[in-house]
Design a protein around this ligand. Structure first.
Ligand code: IMP
Ligand code: MG
Length: 174
């Protein structure tokens, strides 16, 4: 099937969004240490841009979440195939996610982390697909809000491709 990529957010849009998010986070935490937890793989480029603009001490650790048997959508149960190597108890933690879609991935990870008694736990998402939410969960720091559409680029994939594109595109099949 033929496919078309249409620019949704270009490099300038992304740079401005990242700058705004980093400024808001830096202001809220006011020099306190923050543990950033990018969810692999989709948020690796976003997170690398974001943390470079944070003022104050930063620790980075990663998790990888998998929801089996699905391709372009999430199907419920989420497991961590790579867990944290950092003890988050008593620490400020910010989960960094590429996209909040149904919200199921973030809810699972948030609940796993909350059980470890962090001092605070926030969610920073590059893109919020609000209209597709199946459960109640909010991003504390959100770059862009869109209604729907399948996006790729800037770390975000379709079948593992397109992560290297510097902008965010809508992928349309024709
Ligand atoms: P949720 O658990 O339904 O919120 O799914 C979120 C995850 O689904 C994201 O972290 C992405 O990995 C994937 N996802 C959702 N929408 C898209 C998209 O438009 N493009 C690529 N991946 C997506
Ligand atoms: Mg993901």
């Amino acid at each position: 099937m033929a496919e078309k990529l249409r620019v949704l957010f270009d490099e300038t849009d992304i740079r401005e969004a990242v700058k705004r998010l980093a400024a808001a986070i830096s202001k809220d935490f006011d020099g306190e240490e923050i543990v950033f937890v990018p969810i692999l793989k989709g948020s690796f480029i976003f997170a690398s841009d974001l943390v470079r603009q944070i003022e104050g001490p930063v620790i980075i650790d990663f998790v990888r979440a998998a929801s089996y048997g699905c391709r372009t959508t999430t199907c419920g149960e989420v497991t961590l195939t790579k867990d944290l190597e950092t003890d988050i108890s008593g620490r400020n933690v910010i989960i960094v996610e590429d996209i909040i879609d149904s919200g199921l991935t973030l809810r699972s990870i948030r609940d796993i982390f909350l059980a470890r008694n962090p001092r605070s736990l926030k969610i920073c998402a590059l893109v919020d697909k609000r209209a597709r939410r199946e459960i109640e969960i909010e991003g504390d720091y959100v770059g862009f809000t869109i209604d729907d559409g399948f996006i790729v680029g800037y770390g975000i994939d379709y079948a593992e491709l397109y992560r290297n594109l510097p902008a965010i595109f809508v992928r349309e099949e024709e």
